[in-house]
Design a binder for this molecule. Structure first.
Ligand code: SF4
Length: 388
């Protein structure tokens, strides 16, 4: 079999164009079965994906990028740094939002730039066909990042770039050209470090490279729909969307640069948000606030649920009136009403308990149950979070 002709010069210029468009790193991998596919399957089979059924549904498609774009010959992997490290601890009654979600929705930002990159390539090679992917198709992006030489997969399961750290977004351009591939990153630079595993507030790692989504704060606050079980609710550690702990403690992020794409910079409203205001905010205002934001993934219901749980966990008496309003609103989503009941139970003041008593015999069976549990739990139950 003859080796395909690989266009070295085009690859070099494509990479330069990607950097010009704002990407911080670019690498190329050949179209192949990602080496971590078997590990991914084993993780799924062990039930570690919690309620993320879409992972199971599209599992087979991750076996090869040709399931995403049939004619693929090369996978161009790009990464982009986001945000800026901050050492300031959040105030107790305020919620924490993962750094990646504080700016404009990264899907939009990366997709627009990948489209520009593809347009440039099309001008160079009019016959080229391809597909851009930003978390939107079943592709093992981290593994392809490693294959394209961008970094190694750390014990926290994230791709780590020696220079950029792990606060990066990944995107891929799948094309039907034989570009010059990079050497895969074969070494790991975690060494004997276990900081991420030790710092996780919920002990979500079964061991290095083994994340149990069912114990991960990011899963519960972003992906999970419906009520959050009581034992998890007390362990969210003030996070209302995602969690950064396993990245914050990673030494490779200590000297990482700040992001250089302004659209990804944190918006004021997503830094130390006022959670009581979140509870009181109208649905129309939520719709406007979530436009163009990655927080929309959790929808208003998930975010208000998380806010109620964070306030309850912090036993924030100042939130009592807003929580009672959510509980009393019969037009409110049952998930939010249940979370408000849980939070009032945790606050446990006379006013909170009195409000709960009003709903002991509510028409909604699930709410009745949530109220009964909240009244039983009462005050004095300390959060089990270890903090970080
Ligand atoms: Fe690796 Fe340590 Fe970073 Fe975890 S904290 S990913 S073990 S270097």
């Amino acid at each position: 079999m003859t080796e395909p002709h690989r266009d070295r010069d085009l690859t070099r210029r494509l990479k330069a164009k990607a950097v010009e468009l704002g990407f911080d790193r670019v690498g190329v991998a050949g179209a192949q079965t990602p080496p971590d596919y078997d590990r991914f399957r084993a993780w799924l089979d062990a039930g570690r994906a919690a309620g993320m059924q879409y992972m199971e549904r599209h599992a087979e498609a991750r076996a090869h990028p040709d399931r995403v774009f049939e004619e693929v010959r090369s996978v161009v992997m790009v990464s982009m740094v986001y945000g800026e490290p901050s050492d300031e601890p959040p105030r107790p009654s305020l919620g924490k939002i993962a750094r990646y979600a504080r700016g404009r929705d990264y899907h939009q930002v990366l997709r627009a730039r990948l489209a520009e990159l593809f347009d440039w390539l099309k001008a160079e090679r009019p016959e080229v066909e391809g597909r851009a992917v930003v978390d939107t198709a079943p592709l093992l992006e981290r593994d392809f990042g490693r294959l394209a030489g961008l970094g190694w997969i750390g014990k926290n399961t994230l791709l780590i770039d020696r220079r950029l750290g792990s606060f990066t977004f990944l995107g891929a351009l799948l094309v039907d050209l034989d570009l010059e591939p990079d050497s895969p990153h074969v070494t790991s630079h975690c060494g004997t470090c276990t900081r991420c595993l030790d710092a996780c507030p919920t002990g979500a790692f079964d061991g290095p490279y083994q994340l149990d989504a069912g114990r991960c704060i990011s899963y519960w606050t972003i992906e999970h729909r419906g009520p959050i079980p009581d034992e998890q609710a007390d362990r969210l550690d003030g996070w209302v969307f995602g969690c950064d702990v396993c990245q914050d403690v990673c030494p490779w992020n200590r000297k990482a640069p700040a992001g250089r794409v302004g659209e990804l910079d944190a918006r004021e409203e997503w830094i130390d948000p006022d959670l009581v205001e979140w509870l009181n905010r109208s649905k129309g205002d939520w719709k406007r606030a979530l436009r163009g934001s990655a927080l929309d993934r959790a929808r208003r219901v998930g975010l208000v649920r998380n806010a109620a749980l964070a306030l309850g966990s912090a036993r924030d008496e100042g939130a009592t009136a807003a929580l009672i309003d959510r509980l009393s609103d019969r037009g409110e989503d049952p998930v939010v009403r249940g979370a408000a009941a849980w939070a009032l139970g945790r606050i446990g003041s006379a006013t909170a308990r009195e409000a709960l008593e009003w709903f002991r015999d509510d028409d909604d069976a699930a709410l009745r149950e949530a109220v009964a549990r909240a009244l039983e739990s009462g005050a004095g139950v300390r959060p089990s979070s270890a903090g970080c």
